[in-house]
Design a protein. Structure first.
Length: 139
C-alpha cells in the first residue's frame, strides 16, 4: 500500500472565506500514484474547516449568512471563550458545524465525486497562516 502526505497552506485576507481546494487535492493524488484507495483532507486548525459541496457563489453567501446567524461574531462578550482575550469563539463554533475533514474514494486514479461535488477550505478566523493536510492511502 502506498501512502502520500502533502500540506496545503492558506492565509486568507479576510476573516471568513471559502476556497475551492479540489485542484490541489487532485494534484496531490496525481503525485501519489495511487489508483485505488482513499483521500483524507482535513483542516489542521481549530477555526478552519474542510467540507464538500457545490462551487456556487449563491450557496457560499447562504453559508456565510446562515453561519453568522448560528454563531454571530459580535457581540464578542457573548462568548466565555473570548474571556481569554481572544475574539474568535464564533470561529470555533462555525468550524464545529462545518466539520474538520472529508474522505473521498479514489477510483481509477481519480477522486470519485458525485455530481457538482468539490472540496472546500472554510476559514472562519483568517488573516493568518493555517494548513490543511492531504493524506492519500491505497494502491
Amino acid at each position: 500500500m502506498k501512502s502520500f502526505r502533502k500540506e496545503l497552506w492558506f492565509s486568507t485576507p479576510t476573516r471568513r472565506a471559502f476556497v475551492n481546494i479540489t485542484p490541489q487535492a487532485e494534484e496531490a493524488l496525481k503525485k501519489s500514484g495511487v489508483a485505488e484507495g482513499l483521500c483524507l483532507v482535513n483542516a489542521m486548525h481549530i477555526t478552519a474547516s474542510v467540507f464538500i459541496n457545490d462551487d456556487e457563489r449563491g450557496l457560499h453567501q447562504d453559508y456565510e449568512e446562515w453561519l453568522e446567524g448560528l454563531a454571530p461574531h459580535e457581540p464578542i462578550r457573548q462568548y466565555r471563550h473570548n474571556d481569554t482575550g481572544e475574539d474568535n469563539a464564533d470561529a470555533h463554533l462555525k468550524r464545529q458545524v462545518m466539520g474538520r475533514e472529508v474522505v473521498v474514494a479514489i477510483t481509477g486514479g481519480r477522486l470519485d465525486f458525485g455530481p457538482w461535488e468539490q472540496i472546500f477550505y472554510g476559514e472562519f478566523d483568517g488573516r493568518r497562516r493555517k494548513r490543511v493536510l492531504v493524506k492519500i492511502l491505497g494502491d
